[in-house]
Design a protein around this ligand. Sequence first.
Ligand code: AMP
Ligand code: MG
Ligand code: MG
Length: 280
Amino acid sequence: MNWPLWVGLPLLVLLYYASRKRTQPQSVQQVPSAVATSALKAKQTYDAFLVVDVEATCEEGKNFAYPNEIIEFPVYLMKWKDRIGGQASQLEIAAEFQTFVQPTWRPKLSKFCTDLTSITQEQVDAAPRFPEVLRSLRAFLVEHGVLEKTGKRRLKFCWATDGPWDVAEFVVKQAFISQIPVPDWLAGEALDVRQLVRNHLASNSKTVRGNLNISAQLGALGLPPFVGREHRGSDDAQNICRILQKLATEQVPIRPNLHINLRRRWAWMGKSGQILEDKI
Ligand code: AMP
Ligand code: MG
Ligand code: MG
């Protein structure tokens, strides 16, 4: 029997597509989804990260050796959303803590400092002082299951900051000025996120010249630009969270890379919290 061409050709085309539809989805479904995704997750040994970015008093032209007093202390608690068997790729913000802090040695903010941070004199005047902020922060960490009521660590966590300065320098200086010890839960190992980003980029044969500030890190990681205002502690910290979330999806083990030296001293540190003005 001779089929006419106008019946035979469309029939052949139909038969060809029907056979493709049957075979293609089956071959995709044969890969179990759990296996496919776990291959994209790194082993993550830390339970939580406390992302902090402090703002502090500052004077134009003075470097980081200055006796800066903390004026904003925002903390974002990040935890794994999908950790199974130690493997995870999704970090989420579980809770946030934000406060301004009242400086005591130089209570008046410089114009340079207000312009840089957008923090106003009224905001710091109305704020608690550093020892009280530490008490509130400790209560927050107990409330969210990070610390025991005794102050002992309940979760395996570390502080995470942009660069090595926030805890290792600003907090150490502030504790000296406030004449209080740095609590155990704020000491120990920390994560310098900027350094982690630098290492990650280098391992992908990418180098970023110059200042790898938060904006530059976001750009280098292919993320959308900085959200909020740079040098406002809470905005800086939220953008650091975005960077950590991205690193987590790129299978980077997120863990400490910095030891905080509580004995660090600056030339202006006299006895019992005294600031030697001639050494600044
Ligand atoms: P950042 O987290 O980059 O906003 O910086 C934290 C703190 O470092 C600021 O609140 C200032 O006290 C100080 N700081 C940052 N940039 C400068 C600068 N260019 N000159 C003096 N101090 C600065
Ligand atoms: Mg900072
Ligand atoms: Mg900042």
